[in-house]
Every structure is written in structure tokens, then in C-alpha cells.
Design a protein around this ligand. Structure first.
Ligand code: HEC
Ligand code: HEC
Length: 348
């Protein structure tokens, strides 16, 4: 994988950095392909699904498909229209705009660190990234294709793609499942780590400011945000009702639509907080513009409703606590995705 190089933590002494670079150079000369992608500081090694293992060719095909507007019915919308590197793989808008300017009801989540997730969508209705990738293509307000056959037919007519499928899958035959597998493989390389917080944890004590260090205390101890936002990707991957949007006339039922279990009414998947400073506006409905607004909602104990999560309690944060908490959230800005660019031209 050219272009996927991550900075080692700055605490690594210079001589071992040289060793590391020498090892890289040797590895680059070795004939075998890398079996995976190196993850930035703070993340776990990637685990690839047995039925869709990593290959650089698949990542490359996936990247082309991800950025190619010809996946939509009228050639106007690509995955990147709503999950753009420009906005840390979101669209920077409260809700997304799809084909023919149609607006959806939910905010586009980031594609960053999806490799570490269990289920996809705010309500978790897609079990895998492979399955998820096929949904938008036939969603009438996203990419607007009548069915998947029309997408496959369009791709089959592009010689350059036939060649890329051959390289990625060992056969020119194009299927929608293979397209989903390639896109998912690409998405698993969209990573964020090596944030100020990761470097601080790795021993570089000046990586975070005094305010961010205090904010870390608010996050883990006083506000216990890690009851839900825990681990390397700052999420339990579980669903919770924190109440945002329940005060609308027709609230989004969230996870309830999938399970039909009343305890899931108004519950949404706990999102990652990595690069959160770069993915405003916030929440499933994009209703909160700033991190300050988010922190205020939590300070009040969420938005009261008939199914509010029991963990949501007023926090009694001071103004200083709030400022520090926001500063800490900004320490989660990372790297590992900025090198990913749209292809300069698409296969013909
Ligand atoms: C018109 C805008 C739009 C387009 C085009 C679009 N998405 Fe999305 N995407 C969304 C929205 C909105 C959601 C959240 C929907 C929900 O949860 O019900 C979403 C959810 C996702 C998720 C789940 C993320 C998570 O945290 O659960 C992934 C992954 C994703 N999209 C990838 C893609 C891929 C791959 C494509 C292209 C094949 C694509 N999207 C096309 C708007 C879009
Ligand atoms: C009970 C579980 C829970 C706790 C505790 C919790 N969160 Fe969340 N958080 C969620 C869920 C669920 C969402 C998504 C809700 C929605 O979209 O309506 C969310 C969303 C967010 C978002 C917006 C993410 C995005 O991409 O839009 C931020 C920021 C956030 N939480 C920060 C915090 C902070 C800071 C704390 C501690 C003060 C905290 N959370 C405590 C479950 C929790």
C-alpha cells in the first residue's frame, strides 16, 4: 500500500526510528505482498473477514468505486458525495442530499474506523460493511438505481473496470457482491489514530494541553462518557436513547425499527468520537451544531422522553469542566485518512 505510512509516536528514540525505516525499506523490497495495512498509533491491528481478505488491488478497486458518481442512476452522486474526505468522511450537513437534490432524514456518519465496528447505520440494520455498501445504490433518495442489475450492467460496459475486477478477484466477471466487497475493503483502510490523546497515552506527556488533560478526567471520571464511548474507537458499539430528537412531532424510532423491542425506541448506535471535531453537525439528525451544544445536552442529563437511558443523569459540570471536555474531544483529531484522495480520472 503506497501512501499508507504513519508517523511513529514521537517518543520513539531517533535510532529505533532509523531501524524502523530500514525495516520498512526491506519489507518494501521483499517480493511478498503486505498481508494487511499498518494501523496508526492507538488502534488495534486490522482483522479482515475470512470471506473478504485484504488485498491492495481490492482496496484500489474499492476506492475507484467509492468515488465514482457513475454508481448512481444519473451519474451525479458517489459515496463520497455524502462521505467526503473534505469533511472527515461525512458531508458536513445536518442531513444528506442525494440524487436530484433529495434530502434524507438522517445525518451521514463518518466512514472513518468502520473496520472496528459491529453493525452499520444509526440503527445497526446492516450487519457488515459489505452488505451496507449495496444499500445506497438502490436507495431512491441516495443513488437512485431501480435495482442492482443496472449498476452491474453499467460497470460491465467499462473496460477499465473489467480489468480492475480481474486484478482484484482473479476474474473479469462483475457482480454486485464483488463491488460491495471491494468498497468494504477500501473502507477498512480509512483509519484515524495517532491523535494527541494516543501520543499522550503512549508516554508523550506534552502531547495534550493542560485543559485537555483535565478534560480527559471529566470524560472518564466525572461524566463517565466511557460508559458508552469506550475503547480504542470510543464506542461500545451498543445502542442508547439519549433523547436527541424525541421532542419532535414524529420522532425517529431508531433501533426499534430493527428489533421491534420497546426498550430500543429512540435508541441509536453510539458513534465513534475520533475526529469528532471535524464531523459537525452532530447526532443522527444533525441537530447539534457544535461540541459545546453536545456537552450542554449531556450536562442536562439528555433530553427527557419515555425511554431515556438510565445512565443519562444531570452531570453538574462547571463552565471550566465543559471547556476542558470540549478541548479533550478535540485531542481525538487523528490521522490515517488524510492521504486518501479521489482518483484523478476514472476507468473508461
Ligand atoms: C445521499 C447521501 C449518501 C450517499 C450517496 C451514501 N451514503 Fe452512506 N450514509 C448516508 C446516511 C444518511 C447514512 C446514515 C443512514 C442511517 O443510519 O439510516 C449513511 C450510512 C453509511 C454507513 C454506516 C456508517 C455507520 O457508522 O454506521 C456507511 C459505512 C456508509 N454510509 C457508506 C456508504 C457507501 C460505501 C456509499 C456508496 C455506495 C454511501 N455510503 C453512499 C448517506 C449517504
Ligand atoms: C448512555 C450512553 C452514552 C453516554 C453515557 C454518552 N454518550 Fe455520547 N452518544 C451516545 C449515543 C447513542 C449517541 C448518538 C445519539 C443520536 O444520534 O441521537 C451519542 C453521540 C455523541 C456525540 C455526537 C457524535 C456524532 O458523530 O454525531 C458526541 C460528540 C458525544 N456523544 C459525546 C459524548 C460525551 C462527551 C459524553 C459524556 C459527557 C457522552 N457522549 C456520553 C451514547 C452515549
Amino acid at each position: 500500500m503506497k501512501g499508507l505510512r504513519f508517523q511513529a509516536g514521537a517518543t520513539v528514540p531517533a535510532f529505533s526510528l532509523c531501524l524502523l525505516l530500514a525495516a520498512y525499506a526491506l519489507a518494501a523490497d521483499a517480493p511478498r505482498k503486505p498481508a494487511t495495512v499498518k494501523t496508526p498509533l492507538g488502534l488495534l491491528p486490522l482483522v479482515w473477514p475470512a470471506d473478504n481478505p485484504y488485498s491492495p488491488e481490492k482496496v484500489e478497486l474499492g476506492r475507484y468505486l467509492y468515488f465514482d458518481p457513475r454508481l448512481s442512476a444519473d451519474g451525479s452522486v458517489s459515496c463520497a458525495s455524502c462521505h467526503s474526505p473534505k469533511y472527515a468522511f461525512t458531508d458536513g450537513a445536518p442531513v444528506s442530499t442525494g440524487i436530484r437534490g433529495q434530502k434524507g432524514g438522517r445525518s451521514a456518519p463518518t466512514v472513518i474506523n468502520r473496520a472496528y465496528s459491529l453493525a452499520q447505520f444509526w440503527d445497526g440494520r446492516a450487519p457488515t460493511l459489505e452488505a451496507q455498501a449495496l444499500g445506497p445504490m438502490v436507495n431512491p433518495i441516495e443513488m437512485g438505481n431501480g435495482d442492482h442489475f443496472s449498476v452491474v450492467d453499467r460497470l460491465k460496459g467499462i473496460a477499465g473496470y473489467r480489468e480492475m475486477f480481474q486484478k482484484a478477484f482473479g476474474s473479469e466477471e462483475i457482480t454486485i457482491q464483488k463491488a460491495g466487497m471491494a468498497i468494504a475493503t477500501f473502507e477498512r483502510t480509512v483509519l484515524s489514530g495517532n491523535s494527541a490523546y494516543d501520543r499522550y497515552k503512549a508516554g508523550q506527556k506534552n502531547a495534550m494541553t493542560a485543559s485537555q488533560i483535565r478534560g480527559m478526567g471529566v470524560f472518564f471520571d466525572k461524566a463517565k462518557c466511557d460508559q458508552c464511548h469506550e475503547g480504542i474507537n470510543f464506542t461500545t458499539n451498543m445502542y442508547a436513547n439519549i433523547g436527541v430528537g424525541t421532542d419532535k412531532p414524529e420522532p425517529d424510532v431508531g433501533r426499534f425499527a430493527v428489533t421491534k423491542d420497546p426498550k430500543d425506541w429512540g435508541a441509536f448506535k453510539t458513534p465513534t468520537l475520533r475526529d469528532i471535531d471535524r464531523t459537525a453537525p452532530y447526532m443522527h439528525d444533525g441537530s447539534l451544531k457544535t461540541l459545546e451544544e453536545v456537552v450542554d445536552i449531556y450536562d442536562k442529563g439528555g433530553v427527557k422522553n419515555r425511554n431515556l437511558e438510565a445512565k443519562m443523569k444531570p452531570l453538574h459540570l462547571t463552565d471550566q469542566d465543559k471547556k476542558d471536555l470540549v478541548a479533550f474531544l478535540k485531542a481525538l483529531n487523528g490521522e490515517g485518512w488524510q492521504q486518501i484522495k479521489a482518483p484523478e480520472r476514472f476507468p473508461q
